[in-house]
Each structure stands twice: as C-alpha cells, then as structure tokens.
Design a protein around this ligand. Structure first.
Ligand code: UN1
Length: 512
C-alpha cells in the first residue's frame, strides 16, 4: 500500500531531486553535499535535497539583510495579513503536508496532521499579535516629559530545528518573527529535508502574491557545519535552536562569544506524578500517550512516572495491560498507534538504553525489543518498554529519544516533587490528582521547577497559546505563545521632552 504518498509529494511540488537552498522565489543548486531522505516507515528513498555550501550560505544571508531593510518598514498588521494567508494555504495543504511529515519523520498520521494544525494555530496567533506588539508607557519624574517603550524588529533570525517536529517548530519561530518585522534563515534537520522544501514552497507562493521582498523566508539545508556558520555569523542577531542539549551548548557558546542572542529549546526528562488521589483512568491515558506518542521522540515525551506507593502495583498492572493493546507499524496506517524511530542510529541508542537499565538493576514490566519481519523492513520499529527503576540511575537521568517509560515509587509528595525536579532537564511536568492541596503544592514556588507544569493532563501536546520551553539544561528559551515574541524584537526606551527647558533627571544641577 502506498497510502497516497506519491500524490501528496506531487501536490506539494516535490521532485525526486530538489534544490535545498532558497531565498524565496529563487532556489540555488549549490555545491553543498547531497542529502538523501529515507523514510523510517518503509526504508525507501523519498527524495534528495542539495545542501548549502559556505558561499551560498553567505549569499542567502546577504539577501535576507537586503529584505529586512524593506520588510521592517511594512506596517505590522500588513505583515500579519501575509501570515494570515500562509495560514489559509496551510489549511489547504494540511492533508499532504501532514502525510509527508508522517512519512519522512515516522510519527503517526494523526500526529502529522496535528503538527500542521499547530502551524495553522500559530499563524492565527501571529495575525492577532501583529496588532498587539505592545510596549508600556511610564511616568517621567521630570515636568513636561513623557516616557514610553517600543519594540522594533532585530533583523535576520537563524532557526535551527530538529527532526521530531520538522515543520511546527519552524513555524512557531518564523510566523512570530515575520509579524515582528524580522526575516528568517532556516536550517532544518538533515533527517527531514523534504518537509522544509514543502514549507518553503507553500510560503513562497503566498509571499509572491503579496510582493513580499525576496529573502524574508530563506532555507539553507545542510549539516551541522551550516548550523555552526549560523551561530558564528554576526549578521544574525538571534539564533533560535531546538535539539539536543549537546548541540544547544555548542550554539550557546558560539553565539554568546559574539554577544548575540540564543533562544534554546533543548532536551527534556519529563515526569508525571500520579498521586493516591488521581483519577487512574485519566492518569493511564495521559501517561500512555505521553510515553509512546511520536514513539517517544518528543522533547515533551513522558519519560518518568512517579507513582504513590499505595497505587504503584495497580498503575503498573494497568499500564502493562494498556501496552499489550498498542499496535506498532506503518504510521500512515491509522490503525497503528506507534510508528518507527527516526533511523537505525536511534534504534541502537534505544537498545543501548535498555541494556543500561538492566545493568543498573531496573526490572522490566514491558520488555522492549526491535521488531522484525513483514512491515518492519526499515529496521526502525521498536517495542515501547516500561521498567521499574530508581530515579538516580545514570540512564534515567538522561534523555533517550525512544519509547522507554520509567516507573518510580514515592511515599510523600515532597519526595515526589524532589524526584521530579531531580534531573538536569526542566521542560515539562504533570501531576495527576483530584486533591487541591497536592495540585497547588506542585504548582507553587516550591513545586515543579519546569517551564511547563500541568494538572490532570500529560506532559506532551502543549497548545501554541502558552510560552513553550524550559529551565536548566532545557536552555531557558520560550517560543510560541504568551509574550515569547519579545525575544524576536529589541526594546527601545524613549524619553521625550515637550517643555521649553531641559531639566536633568535625579535633580542634578548643571548651570553655566
Ligand atoms: C518538541 O518536541 O520539540 O508539546 C515540540 C508538544 C508539542 C511540541 C513538541 N506541541 O508535545
């Protein structure tokens, strides 16, 4: 079965071989390496993309700078109108783009479509925002003076995105950046280049119709060296990077060396605390989707369940039963819950993690393993696993991008919160409880230390309206909703004297 992939690729305008560098209407076939994209769903070659070399990268950044000169003078609501039309186009292409996301990345079709929906949602959010880039007004201490602040665009935004959300994370950054008056240069993951080309094609058609200057939306496919060029480049005031903590630390070092800004959204090691007052039906449902959704490859994936002693065995048994009902297979087949991991390297890392769990003394409730045989030819399909562990195990302290769920026992809520916070990462967290005190303690200053703290829902699947990101090794950045837009602008404080003389602040006398 082909699941209509051929048709989807054609509808999106993708060829077998595509240029992977673009400033909008113009596409460049540079001498950078050829990136081949194989589907983890069936192991087949989907197509290839030409990556950028240093010279083409430089050309693209120059074009983005030229575009910024004009784009920043467009009224923000006019820029918002263009983003609104991008949202309309994404609605039109939701089906084929969602399918491509599913096929190239391996997440279920449901989740592929959900990812495109996140793009549509952020477009809508950005349209409203384009009339709400508000600054404050302040009262001056001097007579006949007025103070206020305004927000201006900053220029070229470098976006480095990961394979696991190959389209949505770019859109959170670019849609906000565009209404703010910035221009974007996007370096997508080498593992999902075709998704990036599809997004650029959809955007460009809208931009052309509206006379948006060439260079407002730029694409530079390539490997880590392109990311490094971006981090070093003084013409790029903000680099927004999503991915591993190792990558984020490298980007942060390079960007801060030149005093640029880095917006980082890195690893998570997210836990759900299930208390003795939890509605267990809801807890199991939340934990299950959190742990196996996107085959455990979301940065918000539920990796740890911290379960009260009195219900530990019941939760364990119910999870075991739920896992037995999971169907694993081609993500485009809507009968399946879990698709493949992104590639064979990820499978090795998964196997390695399982070994380490065992070595450390973990006890498997649901055994893992690599699936073989019909339908699993890509060798990327693995069984979601569940193990009883201690929070202190080194492997539990790490983020393994795979569906491995750790069960940890607790006796008091204080102990549960300590365990939940007892990792280096600080992205997402949840508590399952119907008890008001437990809930409020978890959300208090002495509660969860994460950027996201939920009650009675899982750790993944955040809506775009809130600020998205986390603390500690997650990098501290916030993307998407709330006032995350401020990261894409520069604040200017203005003091205006409308009087006839010039008094100094702080009462300083300076008379000649
Ligand atoms: C990511 O995994 O990098 O909250 C982003 C979620 C999604 C976004 C995840 N809305 O799971």
């Amino acid at each position: 079965k082909n699941f209509g992939i051929k048709e989807a690729l054609a509808e999106l305008g993708l060829k077998k071989n595509n240029p992977g560098v673009s400033t909008g209407s113009k596409w460049y076939r540079s001498t950078g390496g050829l990136i081949e994209s194989y589907s983890p769903a069936d192991g087949k070659l989907i197509g290839s993309v030409h990556g950028a070399d240093e010279k083409t990268f430089d050309k693209v950044v120059k074009q983005s700078e030229a575009a910024f000169q004009e784009w920043r003078t467009w009224p923000a609501p006019k820029r918002g109108e263009v983003v609104r039309q991008v949202g309309v186009a994404l609605r039109k292409y939701k089906e084929p783009l969602g399918k491509l996301v599913s096929y190239e990345m391996g997440k279920s079709l449901q989740e592929g479509l959900g990812e495109v929906q996140e793009m549509i949602d952020i477009c809508d959010f950005a349209v409203g925002l384009s009339r709400q880039l508000h600054g404050l007004t302040m009262h001056s201490e001097r007579p006949n003076h007025r103070m206020y602040e305004q927000w201006h665009p900053i220029g070229t935004i470098g976006i480095i995105s990961a394979f696991n959300f190959p389209v949505a994370v770019w859109s959170w950054n670019s849609m906000l950046a565009w209404v703010c008056g910035d221009v974007c240069v996007w370096k997508p993951s080498e593992k999902t280049p075709l998704c990036s080309v599809a997004c650029q094609l959809i955007t460009t058609r809208v931009f052309e119709k509206n006379g948006v200057p060439e260079g407002v939306s730029c694409l530079v496919n390539g490997d880590a060296t392109i990311g490094q060029l971006m981090a070093r480049d003084e013409r790029i005031p903000l680099v927004s990077a999503t991915g591993s903590t190792r990558m984020g630390k490298a980007v942060a070092r390079t960007v801060s060396e030149r005093l640029g800004r880095a917006l980082l959204e890195l690893g998570g090691n997210n836990a759900i605390i299930i208390t003795e007052h939890a509605n267990l039906d809801m807890a199991i449902r939340g934990a299950l989707f959190g742990a196996v959704g996107t085959a455990g490859q979301r940065c918000t994936t539920t990796r740890r369940l911290i379960i009260h002693d009195s219900i530990f065995d019941e939760v364990k048994d119910r999870l075991k039963n739920a896992y037995a009902h999971l169907s694993i297979g081609n993500p485009l087949d809507t009968g399946n819950h879990v698709g493949p991991l992104i590639d064979k390297t990820a499978v090795k890392q998964y196997q390695d993690a399982l070994r380490k769990v065992k070595q450390a003394g973990g006890e498997f409730v649901v055994k893992g393993g690599v699936l073989q045989g019909k339908g699993y030819e890509s060798e990327c399909y693995v069984k979601p696993a569940v193990a009883v562990v201690e929070n202190e195990y080194e492997i539990v302290q790490q983020e393994t991008f795979a569906p491995i769920l750790y069960l940890i026992r607790y006796k008091s809520l204080a102990e549960a919160i300590q365990k939940q916070n007892g990792v280096k990462q600080g992205l997402s967290s949840s508590i399952m409880t119907t008890n008001m005190q437990e809930m409020e303690r978890f959300l208090s200053a002495a509660g969860s230390d994460c950027g996201i703290a939920n009650v009675n829902i899982g750790t993944s699947g955040a809506e775009i309206g809130g600020a998205f990101g986390g603390e500690k090794e997650t990098g501290g950045g916030r993307e998407s909703g709330s006032d995350a837009w401020k990261a894409y602008m520069r604040r200017q404080t203005n003091t205006i004297n409308f009087g006839d003389n010039l008094p100094l602040a702080q009462g300083i006398k300076f008379d000649i």
